[in-house]
Design a protein. Structure first.
Ligand code: SF4
Ligand code: SF4
Ligand code: SF4
Ligand code: SF4
Lengths: 724, 184
């Protein structure tokens, strides 16, 4: 252990395998101090800028916000908020092209600055050592800090490790060509970075702090040495320049000669790594209370006449930055976010700066010519020599291209850090990393689909089981019910049946009442009409007539009514055996119809029973009354429908089969009613008032006859009375 | 004499080891996943019936009994390749008689047109639709397998199959989008 520290102090480091030495081009942008730029016209602040979950948006369109005011909020530990980068008005919350290779739109808060830069009230925590660690952590989380180095992992999670930490490594390597944001930051703000490191030390209690800087940044090394000279546990390590020394695993290997295990994390070897820019932001959050609302962005590339580093507010559209750097539109052919090795090309210049944006590269025409077509792999294995993760890129490529994803996975595809070293050295100009990215995405998708399929299977099986259970239960219930019915029938033949019938009739009546809500009825009607059309087509018996729109009135209530009517007709036939026309049974002999038939049967029996016992008294008891009312309602509905059809569609030459049937049924019902009514009127005049409501066109005559008879009877009775 | 002893000894040894092995074979028998389960685990569980069987499992059964492996359009090429691996046969292109591999879709109910007839609920094999009689229905997108089975029974034709929108996390890298190397 001691020797390791001794070695580090002496500046003798290990090496990582592979690596390449691309030309640096850092001097393009690192010559001038970090500059401040004017406010853009609009800021586009994506609600999710880190790895994890986004918070809920707390502001609404039209709200005025102050600089530094949180815009999102969440209780989820993996969520960090985003803040208003300046004061102004929220002008929109909508989808905006994202800072992602796909450019797919993501929810973004659009902020129009008012130029006043009015801060929210800040709560610095100068005496952070006196506060419990959890409060410091919360302050870091509240400030919206996530790793500024590239991955964007929430910092407050990274600094609460489960294990003891030996080394806190501060990553100031910045190994990618062109980028100089961290370089400038260390040169100009080394003191604040040191303060940030102090805070992280307070939280992590590491034995040593290693501040790693590549040896091509002597000024930065010097500045950090000066800033850290008082603290002997802070060791500035000048690591040899080699790409990708800034990779997390590679840097750990260089400094400590430890390898992070496959599928492991740095903390497994006692290391936590933070970027210098993150340290700066942490110090900002604790000592001034300012949240993370800006960062240093390197603007570089030969298409820019005025390259350099700028403090860019998060949400600044790229176009604004390019304008500040005086872009030469003729030179600029593409835009890359990040460095030339690991960055991605942007699809729009309206993409905003986000927390992980460290560089914008606008290469000139000659600087990055198109690579030309990719050639076949010649198996030179240059890529394997360059790979810092000791993979076999050519094998990975082979399997990724053949979509043999399983095999690619066996070759540890997921250990690839996508550093691009292999593609850099490949003489065949194969864009290897792309193949890996595609393959990785493919594997992830497949795994997701597999999970979904498993879930679907579970749900499908659960449903099957449930349906079976329900069926069994239903059968059992039916069996029980039929047994009960049988028993009841034996016990009390007439009465109980009448009761059951009455109950059913009541239920029917209720169903009819709320069966067809008026506001819904057109929709339902149209729907059923279409369904019938479809069914008719399916059966295609040819003789069936396409139902018209009015057929829609044949809704459920109508069906039930038809069934009731049919049952009534049956009753008539049993009573008098003189049914002029037997209504056809509707095709859809559904449950409702059966129930209704049962009701009718029961009624018929009851009536015949009543007739035999009290033939002189057809005066309906309560049940019968209700059933009659139901029937009357049905008949009314029918009559209305018929008249409606007659009035609205007189030109309709052929009424559809169903309507026809329904009409006949209705007629039968009405007739039955009329008969009953007349009988009742013979007995009691007041009851006739109630009963003589059916006004179906067909029955009108009969009803009138009945009424006339009743009137005559009444007159006679009066006369009788008078005479007596 | 010594030859006889040697023969006997060898014979006895053979017998003993035979018994041990026989016992071990019974005692430590590895219950392997039945083939049908393994096949079923590969199939996408859409339960769409496009393969000509009433669901994924019946098709798995049929494959185990020797049916072709290229009849599942929702699974597409990936499923065929996995099946080919498992069954030890050549992968072949999807049998177009059963349909084409399509982009992933989910059902979407136009809610203001739904009349609440519950027919779609009865049709959905994975209970991905919620709703009650005469109430508007809706699809749980995360549970929907895109099997299409609910579209036909709907009397008002208010169910659409809409393609899943790609998100940043489900987006697959397009090969053409960047050039990485070229710092000379
Ligand atoms: S991109 Fe992956 S395979 Fe290629 S060199 Fe880097 S780590 Fe190795
Ligand atoms: S460097 Fe390119 S050509 Fe050489 S083995 Fe690797 S992939 Fe093939
Ligand atoms: S909602 Fe429709 S498409 Fe989706 S799983 Fe259910 S039946 Fe299939
Ligand atoms: S089948 Fe159509 S109308 Fe019926 S509940 Fe489902 S979506 Fe609504």
């Amino acid at each position: 252990m001691q020797s390791l520290i001794e070695k580090i102090r002496q500046g003798s480091f290990s090496d990582f395998p592979g690596g390449v030495y691309p030309q640096q081009f850092k001097e393009l942008s690192n010559q001038t101090p970090i500059s401040r730029i004017p406010l853009p016209e609009k800021l586009y602040i994506p609600v999710k800028q880190h790895i994890g979950v986004e918070g809920q948006i707390k502001v609404a369109v039209g709200d005025r916000v102050n600089k530094g005011q949180p815009l999102t909020q969440s209780m989820n530990p993996f969520a960090v908020p985003v803040h208003a980068s300046t004061s102004g008005e929220i002008t929109a919350i909508r989808e905006h092209v994202s800072a992602h290779p796909s450019g797919l739109p993501e929810t973004t808060i659009e902020l129009t600055p008012d130029g006043e830069e009015h801060w929210v009230e800040l709560t610095p925590m100068l005496d952070y050592r006196q506060h419990p660690k959890s409060e410091v952590l919360e302050a870091i989380c509240r400030a919206g800090i996530s790793g500024l180095g590239g991955a964007g992992f929430p910092t407050h999670i990274k600094v609460t490790p489960k294990k003891d930490i030996e080394f806190l490594i501060i990553n100031g390597v910045e190994c990618e060509p062109y980028i100089s944001a961290d370089d400038r930051l260390m040169r100009e703000h080394s003191w604040q970075i040191r303060q940030g490191i102090d805070i992280l030390c307070h939280l992590l209690n590491p034995k040593y702090v290693l501040i790693a800087i590549e040896d091509n940044k002597p000024e930065a090394i010097h500045a950090m040495q000066v800033a850290c000279q008082e603290n002997s546990d802070y060791i500035i390590c000048s690591v040899p320049t080699k790409y990708p020394a800034g990779g997390e695993k590679q840097l750990i290997q260089v400094l400590t000669n430890r390898e992070v295990p496959h599928n492991g994390l740095p903390v497994d070897v006692g290391v936590v790594m933070q970027n210098v820019a993150t340290c700066y932001a942490v110090a900002d959050a604790i000592f001034t209370g300012k949240p993370l609302i800006h960062r240093v962005v390197t603007l570089t590339g030969k298409a820019l006449r005025n390259p350099g580093n700028v403090w860019a507010l998060l949400g600044t559209p790229i176009a604004h930055l390019l304008a500040q750097a005086d872009v030469d539109k003729q030179q600029q052919q593409k835009l890359i976010m990040g460095g030339p090795m690991m960055g991605f090309e942007l699809v729009s210049d309206q993409i905003p700066v986000v927390k992980i944006t460290n560089c914008l590269l606008a290469p000139g025409v000659k600087e990055m010519p198109d690579m030309g077509p990719e050639q076949p792999c010649i198996r030179c294995s240059a890529c394997a020599d360059a790979c810092p993760a000791e993979l076999l890129p050519q094998q990975l490529f082979w399997h990724a291209q053949a979509k043999e994803l399983e095999k690619a996975k066996d070759y540890n595809l997921f250990d690839c850090i996508e550093c691009g070293a292999c593609a850099y050295v490949c003489p065949s100009k194969i864009p290897l990393v792309h193949y890996y990215r595609v393959a990785k995405a493919e594997i992830r998708t497949q795994e997701e689909e597999k999970q979904k399929a498993d879930k679907a299977r579970e749900r499908f099986e659960a449903r099957k089981l449930r349906l079976e259970q329900e069926k069994a239960e239903r059968e059992a219930r039916h069996k029980r019910a039929s047994e009960a019915r049988k028993a009841a029938m034996q016990e009390d033949d007439g009465g109980s049946q009448a009761r059951i019938a009455a109950t059913l009739a009541r239920a029917k009546a209720k169903q009819e009442d709320n069966g067809a809500p008026s506001d819904n009825s057109d929709k339902v009607a149209a729907a059923i009409a279409r369904a019938k059309a479809r069914k008719a087509q399916a059966s295609s018996s040819g003789n069936e007539v396409q139902p018209d729109a009015n057929a829609g009135q044949d809704d459920k209530a109508a069906k039930v009514a038809a069934a009731v009517a049919r049952a009534k007709a049956k009753k008539q036939s049993t009573q008098k055996t003189t049914t002029p026309e037997q209504p056809d049974a509707p095709e859809q002999d559904d449950k409702a119809a059966k129930v209704a038939a049962a009701v009718a049967r029961a009624k018929a029996k009851k009536q015949s029973a009543q007739k035999t016992t009290t033939p002189e008294q057809p005066d309906a008891p309560e049940q019968d009354d209700k059933a009659a009312k139901v029937a009357a309602a049905v008949a009314r509905a029918k009559a209305k429908k018929q008249s409606a059809q007659k009035t609205t569609t007189p030109e309709q030459p052929e009424s559809p089969e169903q309507d026809d049937k329904a009409a006949r049924v209705a007629a039968a019902v009405a007739r039955a009613k009329a008969k009953k009514a007349s009988r009742a009127q013979q007995q009691a005049h007041e009851e006739s008032e109630q009963e003589v409501q059916p006004i179906a066109a067909d029955s009108e005559k009969k009803r009138k006859v009945a009424e006339a008879i009743a009137r005559a009877k009444a007159k006679k009775a009066m006369k009788d009375k008078n005479s007596s | 004499m010594s030859v006889l002893v040697a023969l006997l000894a060898i014979g006895a040894l053979a017998l003993i080891f035979g018994l041990i092995l026989g016992y071990a074979a019974v005692r430590f028998k590895v219950k392997s996943d039945p083939l049908v389960d393994q096949i079923d685990a590969i199939l996408p569980q859409t339960q769409c019936g496009q393969c000509g069987y009433p669901g994924c499992r019946p098709y798995a059964q049929a494959i185990a009994e020797g049916d072709e492996i290229n009849k599942c359009p929702p699974g597409g090429e990936t499923t065929i390749r996995h099946l080919a691996d498992l069954m030890g046969v050549e992968a072949k292109p999807l049998d177009s008689a059963h349909g084409e591999e399509d982009i992933k879709k989910v059902a979407y109910i136009r809610e203001d047109e739904c009349i609440g007839c519950t027919k779609c609920i009865q049709a959905c094999p994975v209970d991905a639709i919620v709703g009650a009689s005469k109430q508007m229905h809706t699809v749980i997108v995360d549970e929907c397998t895109g099997c299409d089975l609910c579209v036909d029974p709907c009397p008002v034709d208010c169910i659409d199959m809409v393609p899943l929108r790609p998100t940043v996390s489900s987006w697959r890298w397009q090969l053409e989008s960047i050039a990485v190397k070229n710092v000379e």
